[in-house]
Design a protein around this ligand. Structure first.
Ligand code: AQP
Length: 337
């Protein structure tokens, strides 16, 4: 099997953390776009297990989640023969470049990151340095591959802007070393909210399983979670301010059916929330059913998965090494030979 190399097309980089089974938020905000972008770009997609340890992980669970996240990425439609697909810790250049970039990133910049503030409030007993420097590793991930575009959910916008700032600063000092990446945000599904608190984003590590839909949830579970979704006391399926729960369900419905929000509003006009929530659950479950089937098939073929991620790491390594060598030369690191 040949991994794509020799990029002539524009380059895309993105990653997902193996912190649990991906949610509908990860799928609609990120992976679904990754799949579509494979037609027009040279894509590099990564399971970012080094980012995951910024929050304490149980080692056997991390290992299992990493393989499952990789399989799930393929099950969603990422083709390892067309895109470079690998696991972050298999390519040492990520942590090597991260160290260099951390010396070109200011403490004040990192202190302003809202994800750091949110996650340190949530994990007050473990506010480690990695949690603080997470955006530097993310910048290294992206800049190593000279990515032109980075498809992420809107929640990652601030980190992406920091990556751009770091690239511009470095280029300003040493010439054009890095491509300055642009964000690529989906039109629908850019931020899917929690079903239990629609002012918060849907997260796979939420303690309340009713707050998120996992891509691998069974159909009846998905419908049940949608039916339990927090909405409001009105009985009108309409997208407007103050109706966060309904807005979220309408966005989800629109993203999985391809219908526009006004089309969805018209479809449920005069109907109660019960009917609407069930219809959303059914549409989501039908949309995800083929992914679940393919995931189960792939998990029965661990040797095939291993071949894919090993070859992916080799292709990634070749791309990453070129950038790292250039960076080391620019900053004056004496070459080993
Ligand atoms: N709710 C969301 N809506 C839209 N996009 C989302 N993404 C995550 N949540 C939503 C996008 O998914 C990609 C991978 O995210 P990640 O797993 O690397 O990290 P995350 O953003 O921290 O996702 P979670 O699910 O919230 O993970 P935990 O619970 O472990 O922190 C990113 O492109 C992200 O934008």
């Amino acid at each position: 099997m040949e991994q794509a190399q020799a990029p002539k097309k524009k380059i895309i980089f993105s990653g997902v953390q193996p912190t649990g089974i991906m949610t509908l938020g990860n799928y609609l905000g990120a992976i679904k776009n990754w799949v579509e972008l494979q037609d027009d770009y040279h894509c590099v997609y990564c399971i970012v297990n080094q980012h995951a340890i910024t929050i304490r992980q149980e080692p056997s669970a991390l290992k299992k989640n990493t393989l499952e996240a990789y399989a799930l990425m393929l099950a969603c439609g990422i083709d390892p023969e067309r895109s470079v697909t690998f696991i972050q810790s298999h390519v040492a250049a990520h942590s090597q470049l991260s160290w260099v970039l951390s010396c070109y990133t200011q403490f004040g910049e990192l202190s302003r990151m809202t994800q750091f503030k949110d996650k340190s409030a949530k994990h007050a007993d473990n506010i480690n340095a990695g949690l603080f420097t997470y955006p530097v590793l993310m910048a290294a991930d992206i800049l190593l591959y000279q990515a032109d575009l980075v498809p992420v959910g809107i929640d990652q916008k601030q980190h992406l802007e920091l990556s751009r700032d770091i690239a511009l600063r470095f280029n300003g000092l040493y010439g054009n070393v890095f491509t300055v990446p642009d964000g690529y945000f989906p039109k629908t599904g850019a931020k899917i909210m929690s079903l239990q608190d629609p002012t918060k984003k849907m997260s796979k590590s939420d303690e309340n399983p009713n707050a998120f839909i996992s891509i691998l949830d069974a159909k009846d579970t998905i419908i049940k979670k949608c039916r339990r979704a927090i909405t409001d006391s009105e009985a009108e399926v309409a997208y407007r301010e103050g109706k966060d729960g309904i807005n979220n369900l309408l966005s989800i419905y629109s993203a999985v059916t391809g219908k526009t929000i006004p089309e969805a509003e018209a479809e449920f006009s005069g109907k109660g929330y019960g009917d609407f929530k069930t219809a959303v659950g059914e549409a989501v479950a039908d949309h995800l059913a083929p992914v679940r089937e393919e995931f189960n098939r792939l998990m029965k073929a661990p040797d095939h998965l291993k071949d894919c991620y090993r070859q992916g790491a080799e292709a990634a390594e070749r791309m990453a090494r070129r950038t790292l060598e250039k960076v080391y030369k620019k900053i004056g690191f004496l070459p080993p030979m």
